[in-house]
Design a protein around this ligand. Structure first.
Ligand SMILES: Nc1ncnc2c1ncn2[C@@H]1O[C@H](COP(=O)(O)OP(=O)(O)OP(=O)(O)O)[C@@H](O)[C@H]1O
Length: 115
């Protein structure tokens, strides 16, 4: 049970650090909250909420993993190398894919409500 509590404690400490100390994650956090606000304003259905929460979660998850990868690379060495560039660019590419997916979900949910 203590082990279980410890896991939660460290996970929440990690999330708190991510959303308060990392600019990109903070921005995605704010953007996610705006989407939630829009969901409330537009009276989204349960299915629409499921899609929105899934999209927000995926974006937050990918942004946190991307920042972890960037920090690992910088932790190993701050030297500019081609290898470091490829690692960071691939991580950024993964975030881009998820962001496009989330944008499609956002358009699917909100476009019919706007027009
Ligand atoms: N050590 C490095 N060697 C080579 N290229 C690098 C290195 N560090 C960063 N880059 C290049 O700069 C880009 C931006 O990297 P950086 O670590 O500044 O992330 P960022 O765009 O500031 O991300 P975030 O805003 O999420 O912190 C990378 O995608 C990569 O192309």
């Amino acid at each position: 049970m203590n082990w279980f509590k410890g896991r939660f404690k460290y996970a929440f400490q990690g999330l708190f650090y991510a959303f308060t100390c990392d600019r990109s994650i903070r921005l995605q956090g704010i953007f996610g909250l705006i989407v939630i606000l829009c969901g409330i304003l537009f009276h989204c259905s349960l299915n629409e909420w499921m899609m929105l929460i899934f999209a927000i979660g995926l974006v937050w998850f990918s942004e946190i993993i991307n920042s972890c990868i960037e920090r690992c690379v910088d932790y190993i060495s701050l030297e500019h190398t081609e290898q470091a560039k490829h690692i960071k660019d691939m991580a950024a590419g993964a975030v881009f894919i998820i962001s496009m997916l989330a944008a499609c979900i956002g358009l699917y949910v909100f476009l019919p409500k706007l027009f």
